[in-house]
Design a protein around this ligand. Structure first.
Ligand SMILES: Cc1ncc(COP(=O)(O)O)c(C=O)c1O
Length: 401
């Protein structure tokens, strides 16, 4: 590829987009496709937040703000971190960015030197390795085990740390597995990390979507020393169904925040001023708690339905989901089988492609998520669609020979 920088060439194209684009096209042609591809809550942003944005516009909050965010939004985030996570941060430790994805990119840009290793437990959200590669770091994948619910264990972490390890990525709850780490599991990882100088990038974007559980625990809570080396990543996208507003944040040591703020001041300047105001209001009102509790209840009903229905499909194994809004299905037992139209399945990508072509169900093949034997199904869709979609998946599996 002449002219294109190596860093850009290292970025992998997304298989996810290919399947979802196909599904969209089929829908546009009038086909009744059920798509389990959604990566965002299927709820409207609550009205009190929309109204806040209208106020911001009317009151002229339409100019540049400080590059790392206004004091108002930082105060709201600091108050949230203290109330929900028992973590105390000063305003100069918080950087507000264009979504948690941007926050993650800032974190890797601030921490990773060329050749530095970043430990990424697999399965992982497909963006992490690409961001690390863009920063000229090396993603080091640790294949976690199904019997541990795909959670990183202290010994796996210990074995993966080398003299080049700069950071470890913890995504809790996890996209795509839906796994949730307990306080004890995180503390055991923290104890390994405390004996090193490795940083933690803790992606907590799904923290409010934990089912069956007690209080959410952030690894940054473990000790002041580890908190100093942890970059907590959060945002409003999944919490208040604000994916399009693009507000995420980091909470970190002052030094790391200063580095990220400096980078952001030259790359994007401040995130959208109106969205910042709306986000500060999102965190500050009790309507937010009511919205969240409703949304969580709805997701939980769908999650339970999926678990019960999937259990009835013979030989189908899935990862029992406890957080976020995803379920991963193991489709390795279908490899080698053929569809009614004679297509042989030899990968999760094949299964997803044929499932869409034959039964009009879109699911995400997890090759790019470090889980090549799995499909990811999102339950951020209606219960009716879930019911129809799972019936079709059951039909598809039983039709294979
Ligand atoms: C694990 C994880 N982290 C971060 C993000 C990005 O969120 P945002 O919309 O705030 O950029 C996503 C979005 O899908 C995600 O799944």
């Amino acid at each position: 590829m002449t002219g294109i920088a190596q860093r850009a060439q290292r970025v992998s194209p997304s298989l996810t987009l290919e399947i979802t684009a196909k599904a969209k096209k089929m829908r546009a042609e009038g086909k009744p496709v059920v798509s389990f591809g959604a990566g965002e809550p299927d709820f409207n942003t609550p009205q009190y937040i929309v109204k806040a944005a209208e106020r911001a516009l009317k009151e002229g909050m339409t100019k540049y703000t400080p590059a790392s965010g206004t004091d108002a939004v930082k105060k709201a985030i600091a108050a949230k971190l203290e109330k929900d996570n028992h973590l105390k941060y000063e305003l100069n430790q918080i950087v507000v960015s264009n979504g948690a994805k941007h926050s993650l990119y800032n974190a890797f840009l601030a921490l990773v030197n060329p050749g530095d290793e970043v430990i990424v437990p697999a399965p992982y959200w497909l963006t992490y390795p690409e961001l690390i590669k863009l920063c000229e770091g090396i993603p080091v994948f640790v294949n976690t085990k199904a019997e541990n619910d795909f959670k990183l264990t202290p010994s796996e972490l210990k074995n993966a740390i080398t003299s080049k390890t700069k950071a470890v990525l913890i995504n809790n709850p996890c996209n795509p597995t839906g796994a949730v780490y307990s306080k004890e599991e995180l503390c055991a990882l923290a104890e390994v990390l405390e004996k090193t100088d490795v940083y933690v990038v803790s992606d907590e974007i799904y923290e409010k979507l934990v089912y069956e559980g007690g209080e959410y625990y952030s690894i940054a809570q473990h000790s002041p020393a580890l908190k100093e080396r942890t970059v907590v990543i959060g945002g409003v996208s999944k919490t208040y169904s604000m994916t399009g507003w693009r507000i995420g944040y980091t909470a970190s040591s002052e030094a790391v925040a200063k580095a990220m703020g400096g980078i952001q001041s030259h790359t994007t300047s401040n995130p959208n001023s109106i969205a910042q105001y709306a986000a500060s209001e999102a965190y500050s009102h009790s309507e937010g708690d009511a919205f969240l509790s409703d949304m969580k209840k709805t997701f939980d009903t769908r999650r339970k339905f999926m678990i019960e229905r999937l259990k009835k499909i013979p030989e189908l194994e899935f990862v029992y989901p406890k957080g976020a809004f995803y379920v991963m299905l193991n489709v390795a037992h279908l490899f080698g089988k053929s569809t009614e139209s004679g297509k042989k399945l030899s990968s999760a990508y094949d299964v997803a492609t044929e499932l869409l072509a034959e039964k009009m169900v879109a699911a995400i093949p997890c090759e790019s998520f470090g889980a090549p034997e799995y499909l990811r199904l999102s339950y951020a869709i209606s219960l009716d669609d879930i019911k129809t979609g799972l019936e079709r998946i059951a039909d598809f599996i039983s039709s294979l020979a």
